[in-house]
Design a binder for this molecule. Structure first.
Ligand SMILES: Cc1cc2nc3c(=O)[nH]c(=O)nc-3n(C[C@H](O)[C@H](O)[C@H](O)COP(=O)(O)OP(=O)(O)OC[C@H]3O[C@@H](n4cnc5c(N)ncnc54)[C@H](O)[C@@H]3O)c2cc1C
Length: 296
């Protein structure tokens, strides 16, 4: 029985076990030998919240924090590569990423506070598979791909479709996300990112919107839109994009697109917001996106 006023420990720490593999192959061999036994532990910003709340069901963890093959940002030729352990602080402080991948840098800057940004990783944000996570809409707009590695080798998968349902993903129990690959943004695309939450930082999104558009002579030549927190997984708004492609940046196209977006998303009521509020905010963000694009 804890003393009055003493902090209550909601998880029994000796029941947990964390090991640090020597390198990537050591980690992958352990995961192959005992599939499902070892869960990766990166920055721990999601896992420690579960531990604190007494809801961390898994017991055996492999700390991947010091594995160099999972780290680093590289921009080479047609692509930018981000190791799975890339933190939000590294993303937002990278000047070349800021020039081309504005959406990702904005998402990183608006994720949690400084402590979370120093420890939280892009790989953890993806594998945690929350529909309210802030980097996924940017990753969808950029057509990101993921490199998944296991003792058997490596495979690249498109990020779109990686999450097949709420907390479901195409990741084997013997696999790690090694890195994220982003095709470089072609010149002329205008980018817009907005997260709506209760507060500016330290708040989970009620709606998160990422968009990019290529405009020529006042018409939308091409457009990409993705939203978080409005469906069981991050959603690419294909139907809304179809309505906008080839249209002039004017009121009739916007109204039609807002109606289509309203049918395309499937927000829910939960502790953070209501479906009705999320629907209206998503439609307003679409309007703001098009205003920003029109203003150049
Ligand atoms: C105070 C606070 C504020 C936050 N604010 C936000 C926010 O605004 N927006 C937001 O999106 N998130 C937010 N988060 C959530 C969290 O910070 C992010 O999801 C973070 O990116 C998780 O990364 P991590 O390295 O800490 O993951 P971990 O906690 O280490 O792991 C998370 C999950 O991913 C798995 N995993 C990690 N790395 C890999 C890998 N390479 N391969 C396979 N599986 C892997 C782990 O096994 C675990 O299931 C917040 C968290 C806190 C504590």
């Amino acid at each position: 029985m804890p003393r009055r006023g003493a902090a209550r420990v909601r998880s029994y720490l000796p029941a947990y076990h964390l090991e640090a593999p020597r390198d990537l192959s050591d980690a992958l061999e352990r995961m192959a030998r005992e599939p499902g036994v070892w869960q990766p532990f990166a920055g721990g910003t999601d896992l420690m919240v579960l531990l604190e709340a007494g809801k961390l069901a898994h017991r055996d963890f492999l700390s991947i924090w010091n594995i160099p093959e999972l780290s680093g940002i590289e921009i080479a030729g047609e692509y930018a590569f981000l190791g799975a352990l890339t933190t939000y602080t590294e993303i937002r402080g990278h000047s070349a990423l800021a020039r081309e991948f504005l959406l990702l840098c904005r998402a990183a800057a608006e994720t949690g506070g400084m402590a979370t940004q120093n420890r939280g990783t892009i790989g953890g944000n993806i594998a945690n598979a929350s529909p309210a996570a802030d980097t996924p809409p940017a990753l969808v707009v950029y057509d990101a791909e993921l490199e998944l590695v296991s003792a058997k080798g490596s495979r690249w998968v498109p990020y779109r479709g990686f999450h097949s349902g709420y907390k479901e993903m195409d990741l084997g129990s013997d696999e790690l996300i090694r890195r994220v690959r982003l095709p470089r943004v072609k010149a002329g695309w205008k980018q817009y990112y907005r997260k709506v939450g209760t507060r500016r930082a330290q708040a989970i999104s009620k709606v998160c919107f990422a968009g990019a558009a290529l405009v020529e002579s006042g018409r939308i030549k091409d457009v990409r839109i993705a939203l978080g927190s409005v469906a069981p997984t991050v959603l690419r708004a294909h139907e809304t994009e179809k309505i906008l492609r080839g249209e002039e940046l004017a009121q009739p196209a916007l109204e039609l697109a807002q109606n289509v977006l309203g049918r395309e998303i499937a927000p829910i009521d939960d502790m953070r917001s209501t479906a009705r509020y999320r629907l209206r905010v998503a439609q307003n963000l679409l309007a703001e996106f098009l205003e920003v694009v029109a203003a150049g």
